[in-house]
Design a protein around this ligand. Sequence first.
Ligand SMILES: Cc1cc2nc3c(=O)[nH]c(=O)nc-3n(C[C@H](O)[C@H](O)[C@H](O)COP(=O)(O)O)c2cc1C
Length: 116
Amino acid sequence: MELINIAKEELNRNDRPELKGNVSNMQDYDTVILAYPNWWNTCPTAVFTFLESYDFAGKTIIPFCTNEGSGIGNSVADIRKECRNAEVRDGFAMIGGQVKNSETKIRQWLGQQGLL
Ligand SMILES: Cc1cc2nc3c(=O)[nH]c(=O)nc-3n(C[C@H](O)[C@H](O)[C@H](O)COP(=O)(O)O)c2cc1C
């Protein structure tokens, strides 16, 4: 509950938590699979820090969102607002606890995205 409340405060303040790592060669990627949990119906604020740290113009972003029942929520719409010059695909939502038993389904989805 403490984490849930802290995350809500971060979202209300529109925080951009500092990330511990960075991608030094983002220019080498034309497609980025963006995997995140649904927090308060959108991405965790740290994911927005990530999206604002690089220029995604001309790149394809493929969202993958774990959740506990809200599906993808507003996350894809919010990613599109952040990355107006990127192609942001509709994304894939999965209950977090089902991920480890869903390799076939995830591979199928990656195939549909042209990644396998
Ligand atoms: C701060 C916080 C907020 C969350 N908000 C939502 C939500 O709005 N909708 C939802 O379906 N799940 C929500 N969840 C559940 C997470 O999406 C879920 O824990 C995660 O996707 C599954 O990853 P895990 O199995 O590693 O915990 C929230 C979890 C946390 C910690």
